[in-house]
Design a protein around this ligand. Structure first.
Ligand code: PMP
Length: 397
């Protein structure tokens, strides 16, 4: 019988540990969406008749739920198709009103690529370096801010290594220099407290499917008074800032997901941190050369990114079809290039390719964690990268 015999007995399982890529729909969220999928609820929320007004009330309730989670006002919420669109809208929307754009080197591609496109169009764009834990260099930020009116885009939490930034301090620096602070909070909202007022955030992006809501919807918070140039033009919906018919069921789901996040995030945070520590301890015990990436103390509780020197992480995943884990960001996992985030925090290309990302979620159990650790260690032992299991002598009980 193979060493992983107890595991083999459970064939057909799929343990989902990729919540940074997407979270499952919470049953409560689904229940909030269902009425709007019913054919009797047909109606365009922008129509001027009772069916339209009813749909628009659902949209307004959704905006209230989103605004309450982040400390904004419902009128400051623009619904989008997701965080990618929200990030694009934030960057392209205010780029023309600043002299420079400052983005961290570890942003999601949906910030880095718009920034690159703006640079190609002549904008002055600076990439802000981070330390080895993934925290941005605040001294460098302050120096840059002194050079002229800026748009600063720094994510609240990183999607690969889980590092949390000090939003209050960044917000205060931006306030002192009259800069516009955009934060991509896509990964943070499921577990972290965000308050756009207290943290000095003028623009904030979020996404339904990272907080147990539906895929295909997100939002951009735009502080009252911030001028935003639209990306889409059409029927003038959402005050002309983002044209297009709003999806009522998806919006209702996002609103419900935000309300639920507000209720659950403290408990979820504790539970996730406990399970993450359990996973890390099990992996470390079997594979002592393992190194953890990101800031040890200041990370998302459900995120664990590790490097196992000598490992071909992509090859390891081929041996583990029953585990949904990632070698880096899902959005770039088809690319050959090593993760830009791991490179930015100082890993070599080889080390980046030897790295695994785990994303634990609200429904992850201790039993799943133990099972996953056992499966991974068995695959590492096959590669000579984990210690053989200690064989307990029958007498030594
Ligand atoms: N920003 C971050 C930090 C993300 O993790 C993601 C999703 N991987 C996005 C933006 C894009 O979100 P969406 O899938 O809603 O477009």
């Amino acid at each position: 019988m193979p060493a992983s015999g107890s595991v083999m007995a459970q064939e057909g399982r799929l343990i989902y540990l990729d919540h940074m890529a997407s979270t499952p729909l919470d049953p409560e969220v689904r229940a909030a969406m269902e009425p709007w999928l019913d054919p009797t609820q047909a109606g365009n929320p922008h129509s001027e008749h009772p069916a339209g007004w009813r749909a628009m009330r659902a949209i307004e309730r959704a905006r209230e739920g989103i605004a309450a989670l982040i400390g904004g006002r419902p009128s400051e919420i623009i619904l989008t198709s997701g965080a990618t669109e929200a990030n694009n809208l934030a960057l392209f929307g205010v780029a023309q009103s600043v002299e420079q754009i400052i983005v961290s080197a570890i942003e999601h591609p949906s910030v880095l690529e718009p920034a690159a496109a703006l640079r190609a169009g002549g904008a002055r764009v600076t990439l802000l370096a981070t330390d080895t834990g993934g925290r941005v260099d605040l001294g460098e930020l302050e120096r840059l801010l002194a050079e002229g009116p800026a748009l600063v885009s720094i994510m609240a939490a990183n999607n690969e290594i889980g590092t949390l930034q000090s939003l209050e301090r960044i917000g205060a620096l931006c306030r002192d220099h009259a800069a516009i602070f955009h934060s991509d909070a896509t990964q943070a909202l499921a577990t972290e407290e965000i308050d756009v007022e207290a943290q000095g955030i003028a623009l904030l992006s979020l996404s339904g499917h990272k907080l147990y809501g539906p895929q295909g919807i997100g939002a951009l918070y735009v502080k009252g008074g911030v001028a935003l140039r639209p990306l889409t033009y059409g029927g003038g919906q959402q005050g002309g800032r983002r044209a297009g018919t709003l999806p009522v069921a998806l919006a209702a789901g996002l609103g419900a997901a935000c309300r639920l996040a507000g209720e659950r995030r403290a408990a979820d945070r504790e539970q996730l941190a406990r399970l993450r520590d359990r996973l890390l301890a099990a992996l470390r015990q079997g594979a002592p050369t393992l190194r953890r990436n990101g800031a040890e103390q200041e990370g998302l509780p459900g995120c664990l990114n590790v490097t196992l020197p000598g490992l071909d992480a992509a090859d390891l995943l081929l041996d583990l079809p029953d585990l949904a884990i990632s070698t880096g960001s899902a959005c770039s996992s088809t690319a050959e290039a090593p993760s830009h985030v791991l490179r930015a925090i100082g890993l070599t290309a080889e080390e980046a390719h030897a790295s695994l990302r785990f994303g634990l979620g609200r429904y992850t159990t201790a039993e799943e964690i133990d099972w996953a650790a056992e499966r991974i260690l068995a695959a590492l032992r096959d590669r000579g990268l984990a210690a053989e299991r200690a064989v307990r002598h029958p007498a030594a009980r």
